[in-house]
Design a protein around this ligand. Structure first.
Ligand SMILES: *Cc1c(COP(=O)(O)O)cnc(C)c1O
Length: 813
């Protein structure tokens, strides 16, 4: 890497001139961004190659993390950080009159994901490389990432995110590694000379899959791993054939577009399955291209097939890549001529699966007719698999038709992807202790009875490099001053901060850092949305996808309640509060979009009401993304994690906020439970139904939202503001359906049931915050106990317990 500032400055000037023919005075931030990024790429290319040689040359085991989503965000800053060059480059640029942070802003987020699931994959890649594990991402190169969110009259409007248009610096096209993926056609079977049945496909459409590689730089550049993103392109032979038969150039261009469509766009649904044919094509395209490539690399090692699971681990992030199981069977049987038994043993031993949800609307199933038509050979294999599986159940539980019907992979005319994933893998993990228990005891009880040894927990994590070192440099420096830098390698050591719990001087410094970040966010909010917020107020942050179960509406109801109180009693004792939201709604999720409109309406009314806006402000940040999360999180005082207990599998936003000193206001759900266990009762605010209570209501009913409404005057008042003339409804019926969701449809997510507990917890927060020292102690405790949530520990566990990986270090080899 650059050995000194001078070294960097010289290289920068030279590169800028070469690429753009400009002097430093003439360079725009975009020019400077391109220039720095190109220099960084040049610096890591050799280590990237060395890493690959090391992995391929040795009998090194590699894991491939298959995911439909990688929510990477920006790469420049994190690459510099992990290369150990951040300081040199930052100071070098400064001496040239340039600012690294504004240059970083020039990079488009790689927004190839919806939310938690995709961001988890990105954090895992960072940890894999930073710990020196041979682990790679396999994903799709969507030309349109997660949509850009804009508000028009308070309503969400989606704009396409054409993030590749300006040319993406970080990926490298690997033409020579392209493969072909087949769709449709018919399968013919034939006996070969030895009397063995062979399956051949005829009339299939062939799509070319071209990989684009993104380097994943580990800390100290131990290794540089690869995120391989596949792009769909027409296959020239196929085109030639079409052209010679048909000869119609326009028809031909249309055909080309239909093939490229496969990787044209990320489906913008979080915790909900769309069931579109194109989505199924994407899923198969990912696993087929990824696997063909992995299999051919394995073959270059010249080992027996039985060695495959000792050299390759295939992980599927949720069920979206579950077709990997029949696809590996297909390759092993139809192309490598292995028998079923042997192929099955290899497949099961190689594949592991992470479950991310128990929400029924999110569970993936596909109509049998669609799978059969689009993927005829794959469907045959799934059918055979299902038959063998049901037969084995019959052997163990003869006559237990209910059990077999419940567990079958194909039932009611649909292929159940979760069942396929469990049956075809050797490890099934949940993403937080509570979630894994719910899987074992309820949602997958019968699978757990069948395969107890497969089930295990791996609580999610976040990379402290992006979410603390990079997002919050001021806090990182303060920590370094206090306890040295060991924690960067061993984040559990953040616990040493606990010795400052009674050190008023230190607590004041901690508060200064938070205030600095709040001031920074306040001006960012002003620049981005024109709202002036009081940087001394409590920053109460609710950032995540918009979804019924995440209960942003509960937060909104409380804000309406506070507003009404303040209007009635302007002198009431209330610590000034700024409620900050960030959330995208799936474009077809009508209810979620209404909640966005409501919160924007609250913001409009409250922020313009002189009676209250000294004490209350509401900000809905447009286009919540990884980069905006990096701005918001360091400035948060309160972290809203208020999902209905049992519904949020883990959450990772909760961990990022905790690590930056926000205090959690949460239900006992997902990893909130583990945060509670880590910080203890004194540094977290919990409320609401327990998951046991919710699951029992789900089972036996008995909840009547209307009764809560009738018994609680606060709730009645607020809900009636949706129906009658009020500052928020202005006499129209725009929010009637929110009332209907809560009353007519009996409040599916128990907002009214938890309202009282939520208000009480909010009240305790506003009281406690006024004791600044006490609050700072809570904040410190959260930071100190957050190290255990570094994804380094999560990945260490995956590597030891599921993937059986050894770490390597290219530096030392
Ligand atoms: C971490 C993160 C999420 C996940 O947030 P949760 O609160 O765990 O749902 C979603 N989106 C982005 C951009 C993130 O960085």
């Amino acid at each position: 890497m650059f050995s000194s500032k001078e070294d960097f400055k010289q290289a920068f000037g030279l590169k800028l001139d070469q690429e753009f023919g400009k002097s430093i005075q003439q360079a725009t931030d975009q020019d400077a961004y391109q220039t720095v990024s190109l220099l960084v790429k040049e610096q890591l290319v050799q280590k990237w190659k060395d890493t690959e040689d090391l992995y391929r040359g040795q009998s090194q085991k590699e894991v491939y993390y298959f995911s439909m989503e990688f929510l990477m965000g920006r790469l420049l800053g994190n690459n510099l950080l992990n290369m150990g060059a951040l300081k040199i480059v930052e100071e070098g640029l400064q001496e040239l009159g340039l600012s690294l942070s504004s240059i970083e802003e020039e990079e488009d987020d790689a927004g190839l994901g919806n939310g938690g699931l995709g961001r988890l994959a990105a954090c895992f890649l960072d940890s894999l490389a930073s710990l020196g594990f041979a682990g790679h991402g396999v994903g799709l190169l969507y030309r349109n990432g997660m949509f850009t969110q804009r508000f028009v009259d308070g309503n969400q409007v989606e704009l396409p995110d054409m993030w590749l248009q300006g040319g993406y610096v970080w990926h490298v096209r690997r033409e020579e590694e392209a493969v072909h993926v087949k769709f449709g056609g018919e399968i013919h079977s034939d006996e070969d000379d030895d009397g063995v049945l062979r399956f051949l496909s005829r009339g299939a459409v062939t799509v070319r899959a071209v990989p684009y590689d993104v380097p994943v730089v580990g800390s100290d550049m131990k290794v540089v791993n690869t995120l391989r993103l596949w792009a769909a392109e027409p296959n020239e032979e196929d085109l030639l054939h079409k052209a010679s038969v048909n000869g119609d150039y326009h028809h031909f261009i249309g055909h080309q577009a239909s093939l490229e469509e496969i990787t044209s766009v990320l489906y913008p649904d979080d915790s909900h399955e769309e069931g579109q044919k194109l989505r199924l094509k994407q899923e198969y395209f990912l696993v087929s291209a990824g696997l063909q490539n992995i299999v051919s690399q394995f073959k270059e090692k010249g080992l027996a097939w039985s060695e495959f699971p000792n050299h390759v681990s295939l992980h599927i992030n949720d069920t979206h890549p579950a077709l990997l199981i029949p696809e590996l069977m297909r390759i092993l049987m139809d192309e490598e001529w292995l028998g079923w038994e042997e192929a099955w043993e290899i497949t099961q031993a190689s594949v592991s699966y992470t479950n991310h949800t128990t929400l029924s609307e999110a569970l993936e199933t596909w109509p049998v007719d669609l799978v059969r038509a689009l993927l005829p050979r794959i469907f045959m294999i799934i059918e055979e698999l299902n038959e063998r599986f049901c037969q084995s159940l019959w052997d163990t539980y003869p006559g237990d038709f209910d059990r077999i019907a419940e567990l079958a992979i194909i039932a009611d005319g649909r292929v159940k992807m979760a069942h396929l994933s469990i049956v075809g893998s050797h490890s099934v993990n949940g993403v937080a202790k509570l979630h894994t228990e719910i899987l074992k005891k309820r949602e997958m009880k019968r699978f757990y009875e069948t395969y107890p040894e497969r089930f295990n927990n791996k609580t999610n994590g976040i990379t402290h490099r992006r979410w603390l070192l990079h997002a919050n440099p001021k806090l990182s420096s303060l920590i370094n001053e206090a306890i040295g830098e060991e924690w960067v390698k061993h984040p559990e050591q953040l616990k040493q901060l606990l010795k400052y719990q009674e050190d008023s001087q230190f607590l004041l410094k901690l508060n200064e850092v938070k205030q600095y970040n709040k001031n920074r966010l306040a001006s960012w909010i002003y620049d981005h949305s024109g709202v002036m917020v009081n940087a001394e107020s409590i920053f109460d942050v609710h950032i995540k996808r918009l979804h019924g179960y995440k209960r942003q509406l509960l937060n909104a109801l409380h804000i309406m309640y506070l507003y009404n109180q303040l209007k009635a009693n302007p002198g009431m004792d209330l610590a000034p509060r700024t409620f900050i939201f960030g959330a995208k709604a799936a474009p077809s999720y009508h209810f979620a979009k209404k909640v966005i409109k409501l919160i924007n309406t609250l913001a409009d009314v409250i922020n313009h009401d002189r009676d209250v806006n000294e004490k209350l402000k509401v900000v809905f940040v447009e286009n919540y993304s990884v980069s905006s999360a990096q701005q918001i999180i360091p400035a948060a005082n309160v972290s809203e994690q208020i999902s209905l207990a049992s519904k949020e599998a883990s959450g990772t936003g909760n961990m990022k906020l905790m690590m930056n000193g926000a205090v959690t206001l949460g239900t006992m759900d997902g990893a909130n439970v583990e945060i509670y266990d880590a910080v203890g009762n004194d540094a977290i605010y919990t409320f609401g139904l327990s998951s046991e209570e919710v699951l029992s209501y789900d089972r036996t009913g008995g909840y009547k939202a209307k009764e809560v409404y009738e018994d609680d005057a606060r709730i009645r008042y607020v809900l009636d503001q949706f129906r009658h003339f009020s500052p928020f409804s202005k006499g129209n019926t725009e929010f009637q359906e929110l009332y209907d969701a809560l009353i007519t449809y009996n409040d599916q997510y128990f907002l009214l049931k938890d309202f009282d507990g939520y208000v009480a917890a909010q009240h305790r927060i506003q009281r406690d915050y006024q004791d600044k020292e006490r609050w700072n102690v809570m904040s410190l405790s959260n930071i100190a106990h957050s190290g255990g949530f570094s994804s380094d520990y999560t990945i260490q566990q995956y590597a030891e317990e599921i993937w059986k990986l050894q770490s390597v270090n290219v530096l030392k080899s």
